[in-house]
Design a protein around this ligand. Structure first.
Ligand code: GAL
Length: 377
């Protein structure tokens, strides 16, 4: 009798062990990796994450980037809706931040200078008189460590980067982690955690460009945008905020109800002239679950953006000029992609009235942004 129950127990344990093994090997199949070259002696990989619907995203640890997002249109036909390159050479030469994680400070810092705890710090100037997106060799151009996560419900990868004290002029030894999760509801969830050993400043975002018709298939002027923001931050001629928080009411920046990108983009509004189109930070109301959405009437594809960050940069690809050759040989022409970069307001370290971007050793920066893809019939 005793032997029989021991035998039964052994069988139950064997079945459970089998189930665990099966589950984890299935998980492995949802994330595959292939060599993508080497950079500064570090190996770069291209990862493919497939969810239960069979929809796919590709990520690379070069710049912790989103390289491809393949999602269906209203007829069920999958297409890639984000900008990327076919190979590492493209990523290394491209300077427009396709799909990359941008840090330490996304967007602009005026004249590449800020003062923190009475010390003035000087950054590299890589955008006229200003510093843009963390400087010349910001986090977008670093090889991040990668770990495929297996104890998750969905395919997921953690990218990690250690940024030494004074890298690109910023104080503090900083460790940044971004976990990308690709859910069965076609959501890319980006969970950020950043720590420092010294007071510093931080503004981190993902800089993916999207074209819901399909990347490299013409402009995005017919895409309909909603941004739940009652105000935006006007800029000067070098795209540095003036400090004003201006209501969107009665301006071409009012996207609280849907407007096509092209509807007002060429209005003689001085802010649109300075931005060469939309290239502005919106002050999010943060009152609703979805902070922004873009709908493409042609394909029925929709992107929703959810974030806990106070701002979002709508950039309509005004600097694209057709010289970038992307995945599958696609050419990215003027205004053929839009970005919705969740962020703190640009130049916050120099703007006392903006929410603080100071990161201190006693409190990690924890934040989450989701890009959710769906189809409206
Ligand atoms: C955006 C920025 C634009 C441009 C672009 C990269 O985030 O707002 O002004 O610099 O990146 O080309």
């Amino acid at each position: 009798m005793k032997n029989k129950s021991l035998f039964t127990l052994a069988i139950v344990i064997a079945i459970m062990a089998g189930m665990v093994a099966c589950k984890s090997s299935k998980k492995q199949e949802m994330v595959t990796s292939e060599a993508f070259g080497t950079f500064n002696g570090k190996e770069v990989f291209l990862y493919t994450l497939t969810n239960k619907k069979g929809d796919v995203i590709k990520l690379t640890n070069y710049g912790a980037s989103i390289a491809e997002v393949s999602v269906p249109d209203r007829n069920g036909v999958r297409g890639n809706v984000t900008f990327g390159y076919d190979n590492l050479a493209g990523y290394k030469s491209g300077d427009l931040y396709f799909g990359k994680i941008v840090g330490r400070f996304a967007n602009r810092i005026a004249k590449g200078k800020f003062t923190l705890d009475g010390i003035e710090y000087t950054l590299s100037l890589n955008n006229g008189a200003n510093s843009l997106h963390g400087g010349n060799t910001g986090w977008h151009s670093r090889v991040w460590d990668a770990q495929i996560l297996t104890k998750t419900d969905y395919p997921a990868i953690k990218f990690k980067y250690f940024s030494p004290d004074m890298e690109e002029g910023y104080p503090g030894n900083v460790t940044a982690e971004v976990v990308y999760t690709w859910t069965d509801d076609d959501e890319i969830i980006m969970d950020y955690k950043v720590t420092t050993d010294k007071n510093t400043v931080l503004n981190i975002t993902n800089h993916a460009y999207f074209n819901l018709h399909g990347a490299g298939t013409g402009d995005i002027l017919d895409h309909e945008v909603v941004i739940k923001a009652s105000a935006f931050t006007p800029v000067d001629s070098t795209l540095i905020p003036t400090g004003e928080i201006r209501p969107v009411e009665g301006t071409p920046f009012d996207f609280r109800s849907p407007h096509k990108i092209g509807e007002r983009i060429n209005n003689p509004d001085i802010q649109l002239v300075l931005g060469k189109g939309y290239d502005h930070n919106f002050v999010l109301d943060n009152a609703e679950e979805v902070d922004a959405s873009v709908y493409d009437p042609l394909t029925g594809r929709q992107l929703e953006v959810l974030t806990d960050q106070p701002g979002i940069q709508l950039y309509t690809g005004n600097f694209l000029d057709g010289t970038q050759k992307g995945r599958g040989g696609k050419i990215y022409v003027y205004r053929s992609g839009f970005c919705l970069e969740t962020q703190h307001y640009p130049d916050s370290p120099n703007q006392a009235t903006f929410p603080s971007t100071v990161l201190t050793p006693d409190e990690p920066f924890i934040s989450s942004t989701t890009y959710r893809f769906s189809v409206k019939k």
